[in-house]
Design a protein around this ligand. Structure first.
Ligand code: NAD
Ligand code: TYD
Length: 409
């Protein structure tokens, strides 16, 4: 049998493992890469039985094969974890390294389904720890970094802005310094529509475009906007290949219980008060989390460097309507709804114009709100084992501090 015959792709896919020069093993699930087809295999390594021994270190072998090493920060949180699931499923040959320091919002149990995947690694470090970040870059030689890591709750930012500056701004610059030092194909910053401030309720014709001026309201949105400015500055000043996505409110599985939708589902299940801030007329533009993950996937692979992409699905809803819908879906009385003291500086309306990402990258949301909210409610009904440990720990103190003295209005 000639050497070439030994490289029949279906055999490699079914039987082979790749062993890099350093001896580490990888699944060879997608040895079907065109580059491999077109390169004489004996230049890359040697095959012993069903094991491919590469002449190159593992990370270089992977690069020759166009496999990506992707660092996902904040991957133990809500959107980051959904993104990791999406990526490992869609690109089983890529290696995902999750960098997360597991704050109150990070849960290792969320990542349990992928912990045994040979193309996944979890690293418990902070993006604010420069040495740890540099060490990880030296170990993993990432091609892409997607930064989800952040303090993400507006109410917490109102109580304690400091940590928002540290994580959201300084953490972002440390990650980008590492990208500059070690080289990168793409640094992607996961940002928010909140950097645009808010829109008035009586102007439904207005939407946030990528040209809308930054005009923040909360310490959270100010920290995210500052980070965005640094990202664009690193592109202009150092030529770092960056992109930014600014998405509207997400909902779906693994959403931390402090946020509106999971908080209302869990309180309603316990027949507890549903605390709506003020009149509940504030409008958010809700997007199912998987649609956001698909948008980021498209941007990092096909989006233009140096660009900002707004992500949203034209799905504006008033808070009070969402809470009422959750009551109805769970068969709970509307009398559970309590209007309480408003959030300080509460943004009135967010609404995204997603024309750019649609026209340039063909992105459209796929999940209608009525389907997404039903899926989400069912997920919380089915996954009490996920949220019960969260709400029984430190969360109780948080809840007491945040809501205990909030007057009904
Ligand atoms: P989340 O609070 O659920 O998760 C944040 C994750 O980041 C957690 O796992 C936490 O442990 C980790 N983290 C925090 N500080 C860290 C640090 N110093 N080092 C490493 N890890 C750290 O947040 P989310 O809702 O998943 O949001 C993810 C990103 O998306 C954030 O950047 C947020 O600003 C942005 N975003 C969120 C929404 C939304 O609706 N949730 C909408 C648009 C944009
Ligand atoms: P939230 O989920 O905190 O997201 P964001 O502030 O980033 O939009 O809140 C969504 C909306 O719900 C916002 O207008 C505030 C409101 N809200 C309540 O009315 N009650 C609550 O207990 C919470 C957490 C939020």
């Amino acid at each position: 049998m000639s050497m070439q015959q030994g490289w029949e792709p279906h055999r490699l896919r079914m039987q082979s493992r790749i062993v890099g020069a350093q001896g580490a093993e990888q699944s060879a699930a997608s040895f079907l890469d065109p580059v491999l087809y077109n390169s004489p295999p004996h230049r890359l390594g040697r095959k012993h039985g069903n094991i491919f021994q590469s002449y190159l270190p593992l990370h270089l072998t992977r690069k020759v094969l166009l496999f990506m090493n992707i660092i996902v920060t904040g991957g133990a949180g809500f959107i980051g974890s959904n993104f990791i699931f999406h990526m490992l499923k869609k690109y089983p040959q890529d290696r995902i390294i999750c960098l997360d320091c597991l704050t109150y919002a990070g849960n290792l149990s969320t990542l349990a389904p992928v912990m045994d995947n040979p193309n996944f690694r979890f690293v418990k470090e902070s993006i604010t720890d420069r040495d740890a970040v540099y060490r990880l870059f030296e170990e993993e030689h990432p091609d892409i970094v997607v930064n989800f890591a952040a303090e993400s709750h507006v109410d917490r930012s109102i109580v304690n802005p400091d940590i928002f500056l540290e994580t959201n701004i300084h953490g972002t610059t440390i990650l980008m310094d590492a990208c500059r030092k070690y080289g990168i194909k793409r640094y992607h910053q996961v940002s928010t529509d909140e950097v645009y401030g808010d829109l008035p309720l009586d102007r439904p014709d207005l939407f946030f475009t990528e040209e809308t001026p930054i005009h923040t309201s909360s310490p959270y949105s100010s920290s995210k906007a500052s980070a965005d400015l640094f990202v664009l500055a690193y592109h202009r000043t150092y030529g770092l290949p960056v992109s930014i996505s600014r998405c509207s409110n997400n909902y779906g599985p693994y959403h931390f219980p402090e946020k509106l939708i999971p908080l209302m589902i869990i309180n309603a299940l316990h027949d507890e008060a549903l605390p709506v801030y003020g009149a509940g007329e504030n409008v958010r533009d809700w997007l199912y989390v998987e649609d956001h993950c698909r948008a980021i996937d498209l941007i990092i692979h096909e989006g233009r460097v140096g660009e900002v992409y707004n992500v949203g699905g034209h799905n504006e809803m008033r808070n009070i309507d969402i809470v009422t819908m959750i009551c109805d879906a769970l068969g709970k009385p509307h009398s559970l709804i309590k209007h309480v003291e408003d959030r300080k500086g509460h943004d009135m309306r967010y609404a995204i114009d997603p024309t750019k990402i649609h026209e340039e990258l063909g992105w459209l949301p796929e999940t209608r709100f009525k389907d997404g909210i039903a899926l989400t409610i069912q997920w919380y009904l089915d996954h009490e084992d996920w949220w019960q440990p969260i709400i029984s720990g430190e969360y109780q103190n948080y809840y007491q501090n945040m809501y205990g003295s909030r007057k009904e209005v």
